[in-house]
Ligand binder design. Sequence first.
Ligand code: GCO
Ligand code: MN
Ligand code: MN
Length: 407
Amino acid sequence: MLPDQFTPKKEDHFTFGLWTVGNRGRDPFGDAVRPPITPVHVVKKLSELGAYGVNLHDNDLVPFGASATEQEKIVREFKVALKDNDMKVPMATVNLFYHPIFRDGAFTSNDPKVRAFAIQKTLRAIDLGIDLGANIFVLWGGREGVEADVSKCALEALKWYREGINYLTGYVKDQKLDLKFALEAKPNEPRGDIYLATTGHMLAFIQTLDHPEIVGVNPEVAHEQMSGLNFYHGIAQAIDAGKLFHIDLNDQKPGRYDQDLRFGSESIKPMFHLVRLLEESKYQGMRHFDAHAYRSEDEEGVWNFALGCMRTYNVLKFKAAQFAADEEIQALKREIASEYGKDEYQLHKYSSGNATKLKNASFDVDALAGRGAGYERLDQMLTELLLGIRGGISSAKQSEHASAASR
Ligand code: GCO
Ligand code: MN
Ligand code: MN
């Protein structure tokens, strides 16, 4: 494909997990369909495609149980590949789900020895992440849940979960590491039910921790959509709370298992709103993809998948700029806003005087209730813009808005 304005560039800050492009297409019903791709090859290929970096679980790079000498050799070679390809590792994480020891949870296992092992493994993964330059550490508690609630008390499990995270933030503070945690929610899969099922649950939980200032969230598109939730709303809440430290971009058909589809391959309009929000709110973090190629694909399909994720983000960013520059759309938005008038009751500020005024105010309830909103026309304009039959703005203006949106 010839380069165009949507071709990914380093400054777009796109990252992929080693486990994403490295996914071999195994599923509960069938074996791997693709040969393994080495981390060094992933780094080279992603860099060629324009990605900024790669993220990893400890065991994506260093096999479980490797000796210190083996680890040292693997990390040394990996660092050379990063340097040669101008690639970064902005985020690291820990695998607390694959090994059978975690069959009944890691931080929330009933067995204190398993909980201790999980914390030990995470401390070591933090050290590895720091060594590779990461400043975000994601915690996804894939096994932190139950099939049968008779197995453990949910209150106890939450207490253990909190103890685990407090231990880790204690370590980061004590060692003066430049690292923040991002908690990733998921409602189920692989467990029947996973504790702290949504980003909203995580945001509330964070406030109960010892060091909430270094803990935020890592929301994933698929995980919120599995619960039938509006991802854009969840992201707005995370931004509002100052907690959007990282993001897992992918896609998902509603009501399915976790599909981890190519970003924007299904939910074009919701992902438009998401990208517009990320860009306009000046989100500073990485645009990280936690998705994988269809099982039908060979390695070439994997790189097409990766390029597709990044291009779709850039196309949606361009569409957000077009939306902002579309005179008719903006005029309709202004018209809608002006019809609503201004906030004459000062609702942003309680005072006893304001409250007295409000209690005595009279409203024309019938007129207010009878008014149509105009959103059918507005949303149709957005639909046509996304389908490519609107966009009558000059290319100069488009790039002006695109660069404003990326600032
Ligand atoms: C999943 C999760 C994981 C995590 C990853 C980072 O559903 O499998 O999304 O991919 O994001 O383990 O901790
Ligand atoms: Mn997922
Ligand atoms: Mn994820």
